[in-house]
Design a binder for this molecule. Structure first.
Ligand code: GLA
Length: 392
C-alpha cells in the first residue's frame, strides 16, 4: 500500500479503534479547454497521481466525525443538523447534505483523510475532497450511485455550502479518470471518451506560483455571469443557441456594442477555446504533440488577455516557458488568479527548465515557486491492500 495510505489507515485505527476502508481520490490537471465546462464546451482533463486518501467506516451511531490529518481538525456533527461551516468542513458537510437532499438516509460514520495534493494550486483539491467522501459513503452504505452520478452530486455539493458555481470538469475527472488517458468531455450532455495520452519523450510538469487570490471564488462566479449575459445576447441577435454553434469568434464582432467590451471579450475567448479544444483532440489522436502544444500557448493568451483570469506570476512563467528549448506547450491551468502552470517539456530539458523557471521566478517576485511531475491516474477508487498504486 502507498505510504500515505498506510499512514492514514494507521491514524484512523488509532483514533477510532476500528478497521476502515481506504479510498484514493485524485486531483486533476486539464490539458486544454479552460473555463468552458460551464459554457457547454469540451474539456480535456485527467486525474493525476496526487490526491487524497480517505479512511472511512460506519460507527453505528447517528453522528459523524471527520478528521483532517493535515489541518489536525475535527468536524463533528449530528446527521440531523448538517449545516454550512467554514473551510474544508464546508465541502464535506455539503456532500452529506446533497445525499440527504437526494432522500438518502445516511448512518453515522468516522472518516480520517490526508492529502499529497497541494490545496489552492488549481489541482482541484476541493473535488478530491468531495469525491473521496462521496465515493466512500456510496460504497459503505450501498447508496447505488454510478461514478457519473457521484460526479454530479459533488458538483451540486460545491454549488451548495461553498457557493462556488463551478462546472463539471473537476468532479468528472476525479471520478472517471483513467490511467494512461485524458478525458475528452462534452460538457453539454456529459458524454465522454478517453484519448490515450502517449507523451513519448515528453513530460507534464506543473509549476505552482503559490499565489492564492482571496477573491478567486467570487471572480469565478463573475466570469460565469458574464458568459451567461453574453450568451443571452447571442441568442437574441443570431440564430446560434450555444457558444459551440458560433464556430468562429469573428461572427461575434458585430455584437461588441450590444455586449460591451468586457462581456464581448469573454465570449470571444469561449468561442475560440471551444474550437481550440476540438482541434487539440484531433492533434492528440494523430500524435501531433507539437501542434497540440502550440494551442496551449494560444489558450493561455486568451485566458490572460480576453478572459482575464491569469495573473502576473502565471504570465511570467508561461513567458519563460515560451521559447525555452524542449518546451512545446505551456499555459495557466484551472480557475486562475494563481495556482499552477502546466508545461509539456522534453525529458532531456526538464530539469534545466524547472531550475531556470524557479530561479527566474524567485528573482522576479522574491518568492519561491514549486514544481511537480505528474502522471495520469485512475479516478476515485477503493485501495486494495496489495495495491502499490501509481499514487506517489
Ligand atoms: C475550476 C472549476 C471548473 C472549471 C475550471 C476552469 O477548476 O471548478 O469547473 O470551470 O475552474 O476551467
Amino acid at each position: 500500500m502507498n505510504p500515505l495510505a498506510q499512514k492514514i489507515k494507521e491514524a484512523f485505527i488509532k483514533r477510532y479503534k476500528s478497521e476502515p476502508g481506504i479510498y484514493f481520490s485524485p486531483g486533476r490537471i486539464n490539458l486544454i479547454g479552460e473555463h468552458i465546462d460551464y459554457n457547454d464546451g469540451y474539456v480535456m482533463p485527467c486525474a493525476i497521481n496526487k490526491g487524497m486518501y480517505f479512511a472511512v467506516s460506519p460507527n453505528g451511531k447517528k453522528d459523524v466525525s471527520i478528521f483532517s490529518r493535515d489541518y489536525q481538525e475535527e468536524c463533528k456533527v449530528s446527521l440531523t443538523s448538517v449545516a454550512p461551516d467554514e473551510g474544508w468542513k464546508n465541502y464535506v458537510l455539503s456532500v452529506i447534505n446533497e445525499f440527504q437532499k437526494d432522500g438518502k438516509v445516511l448512518e453515522g460514520f468516522n472518516c480520517l483523510f490526508g492529502a499529497n495534493v497541494p490545496s489552492g494550486a488549481g489541482l482541484s483539491s476541493s473535488a478530491a475532497l468531495e469525491g473521496g467522501l462521496a465515493f466512500a459513503l456510496n460504497d459503505i452504505f450501498s447508496l447505488g450511485y454510478n461514478p457519473k452520478q457521484l460526479a454530479l452530486l459533488c458538483q451540486r455539493a460545491e454549488h451548495g455550502f461553498p457557493q462556488v458555481n463551478c462546472g463539471i470538469m473537476d468532479q468528472f475527472a476525479n471520478m472517471l479518470g483513467k490511467e494512461g488517458s485524458v478525458i475528452l468531455l462534452d460538457c453539454k450532455d456529459h458524454v465522454h471518451s478517453y484519448l490515450p495520452l502517449n507523451p513519448g519523450d515528453y513530460r507534464i510538469v506543473l509549476i505552482n506560483t503559490k499565489v492564492h487570490h482571496a477573491l478567486a471564488a467570487s471572480a469565478y462566479n463573475t466570469r460565469r455571469t458574464e458568459c451567461e449575459t453574453g450568451l443571452k445576447i447571442i441568442r437574441e441577435n443570431t440564430p446560434f443557441k450555444s457558444f459551440r454553434d458560433v464556430h468562429n469568434s469573428k461572427l461575434l464582432q458585430k455584437l461588441e456594442d450590444k455586449m460591451g467590451k468586457y462581456v464581448w471579450k469573454r465570449c470571444t475567448y469561449v468561442v475560440d477555446e471551444i474550437q481550440r479544444t476540438l482541434l487539440a483532440a484531433k492533434f492528440l489522436k494523430k500524435g501531433k504533440l507539437k501542434d497540440f502544444g502550440t494551442l496551449m500557448f494560444k489558450s493561455h493568451e486568451g485566458l490572460s488577455e480576453l478572459f482575464k483570469v491569469s495573473c502576473a506570476e502565471m504570465d511570467f512563467l508561461v513567458k519563460v516557458a515560451e521559447g525555452y528549448p524542449g518546451v512545446i506547450g505551456a499555459r495557466m491551468m484551472g480557475g486562475g488568479f494563481g495556482g499552477c502552470t502546466i508545461n509539456i517539456v522534453h525529458k532531456d530539458n526538464k530539469e534545466a527548465f524547472v531550475a531556470t523557471s524557479l530561479d527566474k521566478y524567485k528573482k522576479e517576485f522574491q518568492s519561491v515557486a514549486e514544481s511537480y511531475d505528474v502522471v495520469t491516474a485512475d479516478g476515485t477508487h477503493l485501495v486494495t491492500e496489495d495495491e502499490s498504486g501509481n499514487q506517489k
